[in-house]
Design a protein around this ligand. Structure first.
Ligand code: ASP
Length: 315
């Protein structure tokens, strides 16, 4: 686990990875997210938890769900939100990411949400941030996407009532997926019974993470599963030609109605988005009754509120 994400008192200072976070802390974050969801449902529109704090998002890779939900979450907690467009910024004049962050911190930003194509960037940047600033990793290369791991866990807990005894199938481009890695860290710590990782051999990790079983057949991976998580082909992280034909990929690893019917009758279907219909998931199931894809999106707001509240020392 990244040693800098916890302070010497054990408090969360940054959120860089879920690896190594204890079940109690993950559960506390999910409980806070549920509490925020309940207050939202009761009509509470804003809370003063982050009053006086200023959030800025630095997205070096495209983002829809994560970027927008962080902004909504920050506003609901009364933070100021600064719009920062990398493409129009001085990074185009050659300013380093470190210098950009230092500049934004000097301007008074103190909550940084960073997505970068290189694994480890979030931790490097967090190490150099001035005292009082917190950084949340919104995805660093293939490494980690901790808030996605949390919102997936929250969605599973809401639908399944807990984690004990659950069989989870993660199907697709596991090797390049930071979501798969963060899901595995969260779900194992929270106590699921079994995680099956399935994809073509060239898209599986070289070494299966401890506690996971690699299953080359998608039918067998999905059979009897309580939770099926489909993943996008991360073409931006692949050498060309790694997946020769999308039709073949869909036939062998896509989740359609026939394959989903092999799962437990009350199985839920998840996907972190963006979805590619007809590549890793069929419209009939993406829009079907077992799909919780938009619930995942909604939970993203409450999970991100919870993470920021914990970073601010509030429960
Ligand atoms: N949105 C997720 C991520 O940024 C999943 C994906 O892009 O496929 O990792």
């Amino acid at each position: 686990m990244s040693s800098i994400q916890l302070g010497s008192d054990g408090a969360l200072r940054h959120l860089l990875t879920l690896e190594g976070l204890a079940r109690e802390r993950l559960t506390a974050l999910l409980d806070t997210a549920d509490a925020f969801r309940e207050s939202h449902e009761r009509g509470v529109k804003a809370m003063p938890i982050l009053r006086g704090r200023t959030l800025v998002g630095l997205f070096f890779e495209p983002s829809t769900r994560t970027r927008v939900s962080f902004e909504i979450a920050a506003r609901k907690l009364s933070a100021d939100v600064v719009h920062f467009d990398i493409a129009q910024s001085s990074t185009r004049k050659g300013e380093s990411v470190h210098d950009t962050l230092a500049t934004l911190a000097a301007l008074g930003c103190d909550l940084f949400v960073v997505r970068h194509q290189t694994a480890g960037t979030a931790a490097h940047l967090a190490e150099r941030l001035p005292e009082g600033c917190a950084l949340i990793n919104a995805g660093d290369g293939e490494h980690a996407h901790p808030t996605q791991g949390l919102l997936d866990a929250l969605t599973i807990r809401q639908r399944k009532g807990g984690f004990a005894g659950l069989k989870v199938a993660i199907v697709g481009d596991i090797r390049h997926s930071r979501v798969a890695r963060s899901d595995v860290h969260a779900l194992l710590a929270l106590g699921v019974e079994e995680i099956r990782l399935c994809g073509p051999p060239q898209l599986l990790p070289e070494v299966a993470p401890a506690g996971c079983r690699v299953e080359p057949s998608a039918d067998r991976a999905v059979a009897g599963a309580d939770v099926v998580i489909a993943l996008r082909l991360q073409k931006e992280r692949m050498e060309a030609g790694l997946v020769p034909s999308e039709d073949e990929y869909f036939r062998d690893f896509g989740i359609d109605a026939r394959r989903l019917a092999l799962a437990a009758p009350d199985a839920i279907l998840m996907h972190p988005g963006p979805i590619n219909r007809g590549v890793e998931i069929a419209s009939e199931v993406a829009d079907g009754p077992q799909s919780v894809i938009l619930e995942q999106v909604r939970n993203g707001v409450f999970v991100r509120m919870a993470v920021m509240a914990h970073l601010a020392g509030a429960r």
